[in-house]
Design a protein around this ligand. Structure first.
Ligand SMILES: [Mg+2]
Length: 186
């Protein structure tokens, strides 16, 4: 089985996904999750940092679309001042909405990335669709048992990423240590 759960790239925050980095990969379209990727659940509106990031990408010829599994009310409010293509109830990890968004943006699979904070939805959706998947740690994760279980399931794949591409301090979120320096926590 193909590994759709190990991200292609990981960064400390969405702001580290820069126009230069994306241009280097030949990217023209960014499909982005909202909750815990761009903003915590309790932040209903975008802030100046979001606007600046989107403007800078736009200036580099890269479009952004919001692809969220959250409901329309949340997505529409967050998008109110951003005026992006936005897809609530997107059905990630399904491919359907990602393909639709790409088509609307006129970007090929090779020219599109999926950016998110969850391996089982965002990363899987991107890789399964044939896109590059970029993962950031959640801004402020939910702490209920279901979310803790999800994060536990993600741990081996983050560890694999760290082994392949190098450990970075933000990976502590998943409670992993540098795999090159002795054993990991469990
Ligand atoms: Mg999310």
């Amino acid at each position: 089985m193909k590994d759709h759960l190990t991200p292609d790239y990981m960064f400390p925050t969405y702001l580290d996904v820069t126009p230069d980095f994306l241009r280097g990969l030949g990217i023209k379209a960014v499909l982005s999750d909202i909750d815990n990727t761009l903003a915590p659940y309790e932040q209903p509106d975008p802030d100046e940092a979001h606007k600046k990031w989107i403007e800078e990408l736009k200036a580099a010829g890269i479009s952004v679309a919001l692809v969220s599994n959250n409901h329309a009310e949340r997505v529409e409010r967050f998008n109110k001042d951003l005026h992006l293509d936005a897809y609530p109830d997107s059905g990630k990890p399904g491919k359907k909405t990602l393909l639709l968004a790409m088509e609307k943006m006129g970007a090929s699979k090779a020219e599109t990335v999926m950016l998110g904070d969850q391996l089982l939805t965002d990363c899987y959706a991107g890789k399964h669709t044939g896109l590059i998947s970029i993962i950031v740690p959640p801004i402020k994760d939910k702490t209920n048992l279901f979310f803790r279980f999800k994060r536990l399931c993600e741990r081996p794949f983050i560890r694999k990423y760290a082994r392949l591409h190098g450990y970075q301090p933000f990976m502590k979120f998943w409670k992993i240590k540098d795999p090159m320096k002795g054993t990991s926590q469990s």
